[in-house]
Design a binder for this molecule. Structure first.
Ligand code: FES
Length: 168
């Protein structure tokens, strides 16, 4: 008589079902795991500088420029519109200021109030900033307007993230 072990019908069915079940479970779980860790696998665009305007267009008077960036927030990707007040100061340096009021986040305008023609003015609570974006003491904002990091390449102004500054 042979010593070979024979696989019973029950064992064969068990092995087959376990194998097929495991294969199907792996097939269903793999996309879920990939989806769960997807943001980790993505390269982030945050911090990139974007081309905004030709430097020839920048004057000594603050002008408002807009551009868009792609924002990836975990699984959600969207296009965000950004805005900056840009001008050349007396030393011919380019200054790019955020228009977001540091009091409660309204949008400031340049020279929009007749009484303060050379200042940024926030219409929400009459907040004011000097041309370099420093908050005027005695008005609601307690910090200067954030300043965009910038770079000039091939005659174009590139802007990055707006950085907060210490209060006046
Ligand atoms: S939000 Fe600008 S002064 Fe209040």
């Amino acid at each position: 008589m042979s010593d070979k072990k024979r696989v019973s019908r029950r064992q064969f069915l068990n092995y087959t079902l376990t194998g097929v079940g495991g294969f199907m479970a792996a097939g269903m779980l793999a996309p879920m795991v990939r989806f769960a860790i997807d943001p980790v696998l993505q390269t982030q665009e945050g911090g990139d500088l974007k081309s905004v305007v030709s430097v020839d267009e920048i004057t000594n008077e603050p002008q408002r420029f807009e551009w868009t960036i792609n924002q990836v927030d975990a699984w959600y990707e969207s296009e965000i519109q950004k805005t900056a007040w840009v001008y050349r100061n007396d030393n011919d340096e380019i200054i790019a200021l955020s228009p977001i009021c540091t009091h409660l986040g309204c949008t400031v305008d340049w020279a929009s109030n007749e009484e303060y023609p050379n200042q940024f003015f926030c219409p929400c609570h009459a907040g004011r900033y000097t041309k370099d974006g420093v908050n005027v003491p005695g008005t609601p904002p307690t910090a200067p307007l954030p300043m965009f990091e910038h770079e000039v390449r091939d005659g174009m102004l590139y802007l990055g993230d707006a950085k907060s500054r210490k209060g006046a």
